[in-house]
Design a protein around this ligand. Structure first.
Ligand code: GDP
Ligand code: MG
Length: 442
């Protein structure tokens, strides 16, 4: 839903050649609503919108991006930052085993995530051991054993000779560390019991397990579907446990994004891993940039923005933009920018990437072949002709047509189009006139 909202906001924005303060205000208002609707914590929303506002203030005509793309880029970067910025790099205890403690509410996905994590460590060339320290329900150990067989990782738990229920989870965890050393296992993942809501006895139990196992990582497993509630949970656990990170589960579900976007800022700890399915392979380190892209739901646009930012030489584009503002845009600029755009790879309808191109032109379909013909015609012009297209008379047109292997009618069409474009740019007043109008609401 958050994705749909963002898509709507930016689709409307994309048609605009220039953004007034009113436009920006409206976008910010819509982003705020979209985030609140996605159950993102209010403090997070407030900070988010404030930072986006700050970044959009005085948004200049950019060389590489049109205004809508600039705003998308800003929101994208802010989403990444809110999601924690960087992917966690797991480090290992200098004296093995490296202990990972899993905490969280019942049903959050701890047991499943323990097995998935074990599989992940195997992929890193490690030898994990799973520890079943959830002795509340007999079924819990069986579940972990089944999962352990699936990922081919041994599981230790209460001595099975005891049978039935009972046993001390703290003792089980403590013994497991010694067992890991004996078995030559270098990573120990401790699955713990969860209750339906925060509960002092449970907290005390997990705290004691942490005390005896000295985990390198204590992860809070959070169900992404629980939205903002997840954050309250996280805060509670964080007070008792000194969390190192969060494992966000059920991202494949109808999660609204609230938990993912709120956790880092509220708990002060990043999302370490994410689980996005029931299969053991649906699990990986958390990549903020990927989720941010998914939330924005504009994979293609974001790729384009990145490529455009790389391809455009900023200064060159700035100069072109300055000339353009003064209504001095020439074929020289046009060619330069066309070639810049071409560097970004195959294009269709990509003309909108050219800075300052009016929206009337932006939506025109221009295929690569056509762009190639235009380029051929411009390169067949002399520099003087490129700078002053007005001097291109009949015989010059004929020469350009011959030189580029095109019809005179095509040359005429290009010149017409170019003149129209120049006129439109002047008409749109990409200079001071329009800027004043934009500030009227102040
Ligand atoms: P625990 O009580 O915290 O140990 O939670 P479990 O690991 O037993 O998981 C509770 C339920 O959530 C199980 O039915 C899991 O299959 C399911 N589950 C866990 N992670 C995911 C996930 O990423 N996606 C989906 N769709 N289901 C999950
Ligand atoms: Mg469990």
């Amino acid at each position: 839903a958050l994705t749909d909202r963002f898509e709507g906001i930016f689709t409307r924005l994309r048609g605009k050649g220039r953004l007034s303060e009113g436009d920006v205000d409206e976008v910010l208002r819509e982003i705020r609503l979209a985030l609140l609707e996605a159950d993102v914590s209010f403090t997070v929303v407030r900070g988010f919108v404030a930072r986006v506002r700050e970044a959009t203030v005085g948004l200049e005509l950019s060389g590489a991006l049109n205004p809508a793309q600039q705003v998308i880029d800003i929101v994208h970067q802010e989403l990444i930052a809110t999601l924690g910025g960087e992917t966690l790099r797991i480090t290992y205890a200098s004296k093995p085993p490296t202990v990972v403690l899993m905490a969280g509410l019942q049903g959050s996905g701890k047991t499943t995530a323990s097995a998935k994590l074990a599989r992940w460590f195997k992929g890193q060339g490690r030898n994990p051991l799973l520890v079943g320290a959830d002795l509340q329900r007999p079924a819990a150990i069986e579940q972990l054993r089944t999962l352990g067989r699936q990922v081919d990782v041994p599981v230790v738990s209460r001595d099975d000779a005891i049978g039935g229920e009972g046993g001390d989870p703290v003792e089980v965890a403590e013994n497991a560390i010694a067992e890991a050393r004996r078995l030559g296992r270098d990573v120990v993942i401790v699955d713990t019991a969860g209750r339906l809501s925060i509960d002092q006895e449970l907290m005390e139990q997990v705290r004691q397990i942490a005390q005896v196992t000295e985990p390198q990582y204590t992860f809070l497993v959070v169900d992404a579907m629980t939205g903002q509630d997840a954050v309250t949970t996280a805060e509670n656990f964080h007070q008792a446990l000194e969390l190192d990170g969060v494992i966000l589960t059920k991202l494949d579900g109808d999660a609204r994004g609230g938990a993912a976007l709120s956790v880092k800022e509220v708990v002060g700890r990043p999302i370490a891993f994410a689980s996005n399915g029931e299969k053991v392979a649906d699990f990986d380190l958390f990549h903020p940039d990927r989720l941010a892209g998914r939330i924005l739901g504009m994979g293609d646009v974001l790729t384009l923005i990145d490529r455009a930012k790389e391809a455009f030489d900023d200064q060159q584009a700035e100069e072109a933009a300055a000339r353009l503002m003064e209504g001095q845009f020439t074929f020289v600029d046009f060619l330069e920018q066309m070639q810049q755009v071409k560097k970004m790879g195959p294009i269709s309808g990509l003309i909108g990437m050219l800075p300052g191109v009016p929206k009337e032109l932006r939506n025109q379909e221009i295929d690569d072949g056509e762009l190639g013909r235009i380029e051929a015609m411009i390169t067949s012009m002399t520099t003087e002709e490129r700078l002053k297209p007005d001097i291109i008379d009949g015989s010059r047109r004929a020469r350009i047509a011959r030189g580029s292997g095109s019809d005179i009618s095509e040359v005429n069409a290009l010149l017409d189009q170019f003149r129209q474009m120049q006129k439109m740019m002047k008409g749109m007043g990409l200079g001071p006139k329009k800027a004043k109008k934009g500030k009227k609401g102040k």
